[in-house]
Design a protein around this ligand. Structure first.
Ligand SMILES: [Zn+2]
Length: 240
């Protein structure tokens, strides 16, 4: 089976949603001659809902509408802005046509990034860490990485954060009863810090862990214990 390019099937990042939502709101405002306050949702049941005020149209749309062709955008304006019930049929048809794509997107993103391990639930660790250390401000998805083929390793990357997709992946060798939870927490904490403190510099002079990053990292309550545990168990981690 040919694999679809990841870029087409992954859920859009918040920045992408934001830019596309702004341009859609602008098009709708122009079409209707009134300001449109647009919220984009991932709601599974309601795809279009709206409240028409006297000076502004408050509109909630599923993100599938961000890529909608011109006639569908016009139908949204007719339906929500002008109260033309008949435009609803065009929207229904568009929504039905998008279903396979939406299902596919959910399936892939769920299958691709599974936070539930045998020993640790990364989502739980992430949520607790976000609440305790980041005031819930970090926005990322987290899951276990794939187990790489067994071979002798000289080094191991225990976690990775992707700025583009805002995904954190944790090395599956950590999903083991021999690994203490404070250590997994530390790795999760470290990857979350990458969102807060992006690398600086460019090219070969890139600094992946700027000074502010390292300072914040040291505030982790089990910082010293985590480093010591890593040092003492590196052999086991490398053997996987
Ligand atoms: Zn790092």
């Amino acid at each position: 089976m040919e694999e679809a390019p990841r870029i087409l099937t992954r859920p859009p990042t918040r920045e992408e949603l934001w830019t596309r939502a702004e341009s859609l709101a602008w098009r709708l405002s122009a079409e209707l001659g009134m300001p449109v306050r647009l919220s984009v949702t991932d709601n599974r049941s309601t795809m279009v809902s709206f409240r028409r005020g006297s000076t502004v149209l408050a509109l909630r749309l599923h993100h599938m509408f961000l890529d909608a062709p011109e006639p569908v955008v016009r139908a949204v304006a007719d339906y929500a802005g002008r109260g033309h019930r008949t435009a609803g049929a065009i929207l229904d048809e568009y929504i039905r046509g998008q279903q396979p794509r939406i299902r596919q997107m959910r399936r892939e993103s769920d299958a691709d990034l599974n936070p539930r391990g045998r020993c640790f639930d990364l989502q739980e660790l992430y949520d607790a860490t976000n609440r305790e250390f980041f005031q819930d401000l970090i926005q990322a998805r987290i899951g276990w990485g794939r187990m790489p083929p067994r071979r002798r390793r000289k080094s191991i990357r225990l976690g990775v954060y992707d700025h583009q997709t805002r995904e954190i992946r944790i090395h599956p060798t950590l999903d083991s009863p021999e690994v203490p939870s404070f250590f997994v927490e530390f790795i999760v904490f470290h990857e979350m810090l990458h969102q807060l403190f992006p690398s600086t510099g460019r090219g070969g002079r890139r600094v992946h862990h700027p000074r502010a990053f390292r300072e914040r990292e040291r505030t982790f309550p089990h910082y010293a214990a985590a480093l010591r545990w890593e040092r003492e168990n590196l052999g086991m981690l490398l053997r996987g």
